[in-house]
Ligand binder design. Structure first.
Ligand SMILES: NC(=O)c1ccc[n+]([C@@H]2O[C@H](COP(=O)([O-])OP(=O)(O)OC[C@H]3O[C@@H](n4cnc5c(N)ncnc54)[C@H](OP(=O)(O)O)[C@@H]3O)[C@@H](O)[C@H]2O)c1
Length: 404
C-alpha cells in the first residue's frame, strides 16, 4: 500500500519532471537567441507558413488569448514578427515573420536536432514517446496523429464547414485521416465544431497547404473567392467539388443555363481540375445513412472526373464515408448527377444509380430542379427528408416511351 503513495509512482510527477527537463535542455540554446521556450514554439509554428491569425496560432499551440497575445507583442518588440489587422476582417490580427525572424529559422531547426540527441533515445523511442504524450495532451487529435505518423491516413483540407463539410470532416477523421477545416470567417468561429468532428480549425490558406486532398464544400457562387488560394497548390493534390448550382440562390449564370456542366464551370473558375463527389447526396443522407461495405441497402454516390487515378482515390474516400461509389464518367458528363436528374439525391443502390445516370435527360434536368425547389420551399415545415427523396424520385423518373 505504502508504495502507491510514493511520489515517483505518480504520472503527474513524471510529466512535471519531463516538462522541466525539456525546458532546461532548451535554455542554453534559446537564451543566446533571446527566446523563451513558448516563443520558440510560436516561431516553429510560424515557419509552417504566414500570415497566420492569432487565434489560429493559439489554437494550434493550446495557448489562450491571455498567453499568446503578450507573447506575440514581445516577439514583435524583438523584431521577429509583425502584427497587422486583417483588412477583410478588422477583428482579426495577422502575424507575419520579419526578415530577422526568417533569418532565425535554420538556427531554430538546429535546436530541435540538438534536443533530439540530448534526449539519448532512439528515433523510434522518441516517436513513440511523442505520440503517447500528444495523445494524452490532445485526446481529440489522438487517432489522427498516430495514424498520420504510421503513414496510413491522408492529409485532407476541407473548405466549407457547413452541413456537408463538417459531416465529411467527421467521417474522414473517423477513418484515420488528418483533417483541417476552414470556413470564410476564420478558425476561431469553428474551433469547437472542429474539435467535435476530430479536425483542426484553420485559415483557408492553411487548409490547402501540405495536404493530399482538398474538398471544396462551399456555396456555388463562392468559388471565385478561392481562385487565388488554388494558385500554389501542387498538381498532384486532388481537389474535390461537392457543390450544386441553384439559380435562385447563386444567380443566373449564362454558361450553365446554356448547358455547361456545373463542375466544369467551377473548375474554370478555380483554375484546377476537379473531381465531383458527394454533391448528389442530401446532408441528412450523408450524416445518417452510411452503411458498412456489403450491406444490401447501401446507398451509392456518383463520382465524376477526368483523371482516373485521382477519381479512384476519391471513390475510395466515398466508400469510407459509408456509401458505394459509382464512376459517373468525365467532368463533362457530370451533368448526369446534377440537381433535377434521377441520380441526384434519390438514395439509390449502385445498380440503380448506374441506370439512373444513363437515363438522365439534360434538357429536363434544370426544369425538374426548379420545379422541385419551388415545391420544397413552399412546403415549409411540412417537408420531411423522406418526402424530398420520394418527390426527387417521382419528378426525375425517366418518361416512359409512349406516355408523351
Ligand atoms: N446541404 C445539402 O444537403 C447538400 C448536399 C450536397 C451538396 N451540397 C452542396 O455542397 C456545398 C456546401 O453545402 P452546405 O449545405 O454544407 O453549405 P452550408 O451549410 O451553407 O455551409 C457553407 C460553408 O461554406 C463556407 N464558405 C462560404 N464561402 C466561403 C469562402 N469564400 N471561403 C471559405 N468558406 C466559405 C461557409 O463558411 P461561413 O459560414 O464562415 O461563411 C460555410 O462553412 C454547396 O455547394 C451545396 O450546394 C449541399
Amino acid at each position: 500500500m505504502q508504495s502507491r503513495q510514493e511520489i515517483g509512482t505518480q504520472l503527474s510527477f513524471a510529466l512535471y519532471g519531463a516538462a522541466n527537463r525539456m525546458n532546461r535542455l532548451h535554455k542554453p540554446f534559446l537564451d543566446p537567441l533571446g527566446l523563451t521556450f513558448p516563443q520558440y514554439l510560436v516561431m516553429l509554428e510560424l515557419y509552417n507558413g504566414t500570415p497566420r491569425s492569432v487565434g489560429d496560432i493559439g489554437h494550434k499551440l493550446g495557448m489562450d488569448t491571455g498567453t499568446i497575445t503578450p507573447l506575440l507583442k514581445r516577439l514583435e518588440s524583438a523584431g521577429r514578427i509583425i502584427r497587422t489587422r486583417d483588412r477583410t476582417d478588422e477583428r482579426r490580427v495577422l502575424i507575419t515573420l520579419t526578415d530577422n525572424g526568417h533569418a532565425l529559422q535554420k538556427e531554430l531547426w538546429q535546436v530541435t536536432e540538438r534536443i533530439k540527441s540530448a534526449c539519448q533515445l532512439s528515433d523510434v523511442k522518441l516517436e513513440e514517446l511523442r505520440d503517447t504524450l500528444n495523445g494524452f495532451a490532445h485526446p481529440a487529435d489522438n487517432r489522427t496523429s498516430s495514424t498520420q505518423t504510421k503513414g496510413t491516413g491522408m492529409k485532407i483540407g476541407i473548405i466549407g464547414a457547413g452541413n456537408i463539410g463538417s459531416t465529411l470532416a467527421h467521417k474522414l477523421s473517423g477513418q484515420g485521416h488528418t483533417v483541417k477545416l476552414a470556413n470564410s470567417r476564420g478558425p476561431e468561429t469553428i474551433a469547437e465544431l472542429a474539435q467535435k468532428v476530430g479536425a483542426v480549425a484553420v485559415e483557408r490558406q492553411e487548409a490547402v497547404r501540405d495536404v493530399d486532398v482538398i474538398i471544396l464544400s462551399i456555396p456555388f457562387d463562392k468559388h471565385a473567392e478561392l481562385t487565388e488560394l488554388q494558385r500554389d497548390i501542387p498538381d498532384n493534390v486532388i481537389v474535390i467539388d461537392t457543390s450544386n448550382y441553384y439559380p435562385f440562390r447563386d444567380g443566373d449564370i449564362r454558361e450553365i443555363r446554356e448547358g455547361k456542366p456545373e463542375s466544369v464551370y467551377a473548375s474554370e473558375i478555380v483554375r484546377r481540375p476537379l473531381i465531383k463527389a458527394w454533391n448528389a447526396v442530401l446532408a441528412e443522407t450523408l450524416k445518417e445513412k452510411g452503411l458498412a461495405v456489403g450491406s444490401p441497402s447501401r446507398i451509392a454516390i456518383p463520382v465524376a472526373g477526368d483523371a482516373p487515378a485521382a477519381k479512384s482515390v476519391v471513390m475510395e474516400l466515398v466508400r469510407q464515408t459509408g456509401f458505394d461509389a459509382v464512376d459517373a464518367g468525365t467532368l463533362s458528363e457530370s451533368w448526369r448527377q446534377q440537381p433535377g436528374t434521377p441520380a441526384y439525391c434519390t438514395e439509390l443502390n449502385a445498380e440503380e444509380l448506374e441506370a439512373a445516370l444513363q437515363s438522365a435527360d439534360k434538357t429536363r434536368a434544370p426544369l425538374n430542379r426548379d420545379a422541385l425547389i419551388k415545391e420544397f420551399m413552399s412546403a415549409g415545415d411540412q417537408l420531411t427528408h423522406d418526402v424530398i427523396i420520394k418527390r426527387n424520385r417521382a419528378v426525375t423518373a425517366p418518361v416512359k416511351k409512349g406516355t408523351l
